[in-house]
Write a protein that binds this ligand. Structure first.
Ligand code: ZN
Length: 230
C-alpha cells in the first residue's frame, strides 16, 4: 500500500512517481507511458502497487489497484493545495528504505479528513500538520520546555526556530514569545486534526510552525507558496 506523494512528467509520456509506503518509506518509481500507463495515480491517491525492483535504479511500476482516489478533495482548491502540501511535507521528512509508519499514518489521516470535508479547513489544521510532521520525524520542536536546559516554560520565554523552538530568555536569544502562544502550539501538536477543522487560530501562530519547518529543511517547499492567502 502506498500514497502518491508526487508525479512528474519524464520525457514525452513517462512519469517519475514519488510514493510513500509504511514499510519501505519513500520510494521513487518509474511509470512508463503509452498504453501500459495505469490511470489515476495522482497526488494523494492511495493504491496498491506492484513494483519491479531494479538494482541501482528506480523501481518500475508493474501494476496498480487504486484503493482511494480521493475524488472529493479535488473539488475544493484549498483542500487540494493542502493535500499537495501535506504530501510534499511528509515526503521531505521521510527516508528511503526506512519504515515510516507514523508519517504514513499522519498523511493518510490528513487525506481522509480533507476528502470528507465539504469546505476548506481553517489554519489550525495547517499549523498542527506541520508540528505533527516535525514530531513524528523525530525533530519535534521544544514548545512546553526549554530547548537548552529542558526546564518548564516560565514567564520569560523566547522563540528561535533555528535553535529548536522555545527557550528561556536566560538560556539564549530569540524573539519574545508569550507563554500562552507556546501552550496553544503545544495543544495543536497534540490535538487530532479532525478536531481542529473549525478552530480559530491567533495570527502569528501558523507562521511560527512554518518557520520551524523551513529551518529544519533549510528551504521552503514549493507547494507552500500555494497556501498563502487561503
Ligand atoms: Zn532554559
Amino acid at each position: 500500500m502506498v500514497v502518491v506523494l508526487s508525479a512528474s512528467a519524464y520525457g514525452d509520456d513517462d512519469r517519475i512517481l514519488k510514493l510513500l509506503c509504511p514499510e519501505r518509506g519513500r520510494i521513487g518509481a518509474f511509470q512508463r507511458g503509452g498504453q501500459r500507463k495505469p490511470q489515476g495515480l495522482d497526488v494523494g491517491v492511495r493504491a496498491k502497487v506492484r513494483l519491479r525492483r531494479r538494482q541501482g535504479g528506480l523501481d518500475t511500476l508493474a501494476g496498480v489497484d487504486l484503493e482511494d482516489p480521493r475524488i472529493h478533495l479535488r473539488r475544493g482548491y484549498g483542500r487540494l493545495v493542502l493535500a499537495q502540501y501535506g504530501c510534499e511535507l511528509v515526503g521531505a521528512f521521510s527516508h528511503e528504505e526506512h519504515p515510516e509508519p507514523k508519517l504514513f499514518g499522519l498523511l493518510e489521516t490528513l487525506l481522509l479528513l480533507l476528502d470528507a470535508l465539504e469546505s476548506d479547513p481553517g489554519p489550525a489544521v495547517l499549523a498542527a500538520l506541520e508540528l505533527k510532521v516535525l514530531t513524528f520525524a523525530g525533530v519535534g520542536p521544544a514548545l512546553d520546555r526549554c530547548s537548552v536546559c529542558a526546564g518548564l516554560v516560565d514567564d520569560e520565554m523566547v522563540f528561535d526556530p533555528a535553535a529548536g523552538g522555545a527557550r528561556h530568555a536566560r538560556c539564549g536569544g530569540g524573539a519574545e514569545v508569550a507563554k500562552g502562544a507556546l501552550a496553544q502550539l503545544e495543544d495543536l501538536r497534540r490535538t487530532p486534526l479532525r478536531e481542529l477543522v473549525d478552530r480559530p487560530l491567533a495570527p502569528g501562530l501558523e507562521p511560527m510552525a512554518a518557520d520551524l519547518v523551513r529551518h529544519q529543511l533549510g528551504h521552503e517547499l514549493g507547494s507552500r507558496a500555494l497556501l498563502v492567502g487561503l
